[in-house]
Design a protein around this ligand. Structure first.
Ligand SMILES: [Zn+2]
Length: 285
């Protein structure tokens, strides 16, 4: 089985409201996936306070409740003890132990994995990718369309890389698809939704969600014809409440679309269950 895992940062579930841009007019493909292929799951992990990226993503990609392990929700970049949990338990590592090939589709603007490893601050996905350095895509890969920029269109890197052309989100979907066809498991991380959620700027959030939606609609069509399973979830809510700049305690959608979708979905009720469900899906005959 082939799986494409799209991690979309900062998207929770909330009833329709004037300040909720996650609606059918702005992002019809995402809303369709949520209504037809998802269930709401918990991102609060039994810990008080607002859920945060380091512990939320750490939990999503290890199956260890990192917020409980740390005794709190940790923001941004994981510190040494959280990093250790990720290095020892992450999904890439566990898939590779099963003989599965993994890819991280996002491009890093570096020349090599060594350059990335030397960075002082590393996100959860970077810590995870560094445990499987062959998964790391560089600026050279991006220029050759063998990687996808985190903003989809590459607009944010034009000042540094004017030779790498801007592309439509649909093209980014085609690139992700050709990457995903070459591996058992491919991860793509999109965090502009969380960035937009922190700005409290409704128009900006709509622009980000529209671009993502065009990408998702194109990718879903391609994945469907190839019988590829799409898994998509978020680390915490944020953008669904634009009136507030912080994260929310809302549930997040756990979306699975394609072969084995019911079986994968039914065992997941919180971020802690995501990695075990993915591994079980790969273990099934
Ligand atoms: Zn955030």
């Amino acid at each position: 089985m082939r799986m494409a895992f799209i991690f979309i940062d900062g998207v929770g579930l909330r009833e329709a409201a004037a300040d909720n841009p996650v609606n059918r007019e702005v992002c019809p493909a995402l809303c369709r996936m949520i209504s037809k292929h998802s269930r709401p799951i918990d991102a609060c992990l039994g810990v008080e306070g607002l859920p945060q990226s380091a512990t939320g993503q750490g939990t999503m990609f290890t199956g260890v409740n990192c917020a409980a392990a740390m005794g709190r929700h940790c923001e941004g970049f994981p510190g040494p003890s959280l990093r250790k949990i990720i290095e020892d338990n992450n999904l890439f590592l566990q898939l590779r132990r099963r003989g599965k090939t993994v890819r991280f589709a996002d491009a890093y603007l570096v020349d090599s994995a060594e350059e990335l490893a030397a960075r002082r601050y590393k996100s959860v996905t970077t810590v995870m990718a560094l445990t499987a350095p062959e998964t790391i895509a560089t600026a050279e890969d991006l220029a050759a369309d063998r990687a996808v920029m985190q903003d989809l269109t590459r607009e944010t890197i034009q000042d540094r890389y004017p030779d790498i052309p801007v592309i439509a989100p649909q093209r980014a979907a085609e690139h992700l698809y050709s990457i995903a066809r070459g591996a058992d498991f491919t991860l793509f991380e999109f965090f502009q939704t969380d960035v937009a959620g922190h700005t409290a700027d409704y128009a900006r959030a709509c622009k980000v969600l529209r671009a993502f939606d065009a990408f998702l609609a194109a990718f879903t069509r391609l994945a469907e014809t190839a019988g590829m399973t799409i898994v998509m979830t978020s680390d915490h809510g944020n953008v669904e409440t634009i009136a507030e700049t912080g994260h929310t305690r809302n549930p997040v959608p756990f979306i699975v679309c394609g072969p084995r979708e019911e079986r994968i979905r039914e065992s997941v009720s919180s971020l802690e269950d995501v990695t075990p469900a993915v591994l079980t899906a790969f273990d099934a005959p």
